[in-house]
Design a protein around this ligand. Structure first.
Ligand code: FMN
Length: 337
């Protein structure tokens, strides 16, 4: 009965994604590769490959390898500022990827048409109600509303406020998935009742058994509490950097030094603003790789959301999804009792 209620609240999301549970594992650079993505989709959720800075050739190989591990649907997350965005879109089309997620700002001219022309459904991040409306008018098929509790690059507004602002207007138009700070099923039930079609989690899945993240990276997550996952600070008003939420470590300090270095290059006229921002993004990609792949938990970037305190042990993806669904179903049962 309660499971039926949960399934009915998730029905729009599962129909849209083509999976059993409307739980997406948000793309995490270096972490969301073939193994984790296939495990999520095989467990009934929706895995998303993080393309990040991959070349079209690497993305081609990653999609093929993921397909070898699962015959269920999964998506690909592309970053709008990737210099070969349109080649990456072509690779997705060649593999008949059903869902493309565009992250990192508004879709560049022609990208929405290119993605949809090849038959894929397009999911975009909506950081405010006005932008949510604009994205849907331009043909976006579904939205992710992600609050500042999340791990990785974040906006300034919390998940609870964004959900209240955006769901009442947009949930009737397109499926909306809520992300940021979700660690338990009770929160999933609440957002579904508010009109969400499903949810997206990252932090909760980063240390799953199937995740290739280095054991040191996973240990740092298990030890951390919510207050350790802090947002980076912008040190120079002339250099706007998108804040990144990560566990506090020596790398947090070295980001301050990196900003100073880039600000000086801007001042001396050695580089333009575009290049300055690209250097900052490359810094993050390199620092995240050092932590996730090499296990450098001091100097690397341990991107994590505030829900990290609810990540206490290594568990298979299927167990995590089963627990989230059970908690959500029980929360709904308590409402009707
Ligand atoms: C280690 C890490 C790396 C991430 N990398 C990306 C990324 O490359 N692209 C992206 O769109 N989101 C990225 N995210 C955000 C996730 O896709 C997801 O939306 C977020 O983790 C959800 O919030 P939560 O961490 O509170 O569950 C990353 C998050 C983490 C924790």
């Amino acid at each position: 009965m309660t499971t039926a209620k949960l399934a009915s609240l998730m029905a729009r999301g599962t129909d849209f994604l083509g999976c059993e549970t409307a739980i997406l594992c948000g793309a995490m650079s270096w972490v969301s590769e073939r193994n984790l993505v296939a495990a999520i989709s095989n467990a009934g959720g929706f895995g998303v490959i993080a393309c990040g800075a991959m070349t079209p050739e690497l993305l081609d190989a990653e999609i093929a390898a993921t397909k070898a591990l699962t015959d269920r649907p999964f998506g690909v997350n592309l970053i709008t500022m990737h210099p070969q965005l349109f080649d990456l879109i072509d690779i997705c089309a060649r593999h008949d990827v059903g869902h493309v997620v565009l992250a990192g700002g508004l879709p560049p001219k022609g990208s929405i048409e290119a993605i949809k022309q090849k038959g894929a459904r397009l999911i975009c991040f909506a950081p405010a109600l006005s932008l949510a409306k604009k994205l849907v008018r331009s043909g976006v098929d579904a939205l992710v509303v992600e609050g500042m509790e999340a791990g990785g690059h974040i906006g300034p507004v919390s998940t609870s406020v964004l959900a209240q602002e955006i769901l009442p207007d947009m949930a009737g138009q397109v499926p909306v998935f809520v992300a940021g700070g979700i660690g338990r099923g009770e929160a999933i039930a609440a957002y579904l009742e508010m009109g969400a079609a499903g949810v997206q989690l990252g932090t909760r899945f980063a240390c799953a058994t199937e995740s290739i993240a280095h054991p040191n990276f996973k240990k740092a997550f298990f030890r951390a509490s919510a207050r350790d996952a802090v947002a980076s600070v912008q040190i120079d008003a002339r250099l706007p950097v998108i804040p990144v939420r990560a566990l506090k470590n020596a790398g947090t300090e070295s980001f301050t030094a990196k900003q100073r270095e880039v600000a000086n290059l801007l001042d001396s006229g050695t580089i333009e603003m575009m290049e300055a921002q690209l250097q900052i993004e490359h810094y993050w990609a390199g620092a995240l790789r050092r932590a996730v792949i090499d296990g450098d938990v001091e100097g690397g970037s341990l991107m994590a959301g505030q829900s990290v305190g609810m990540v206490t042990k290594e568990e298979p993806v299927a167990a995590i999804i089963a627990q989230l669904m059970e908690e959500a179903a029980q929360a709904l049962a308590r409402r009707t009792a």
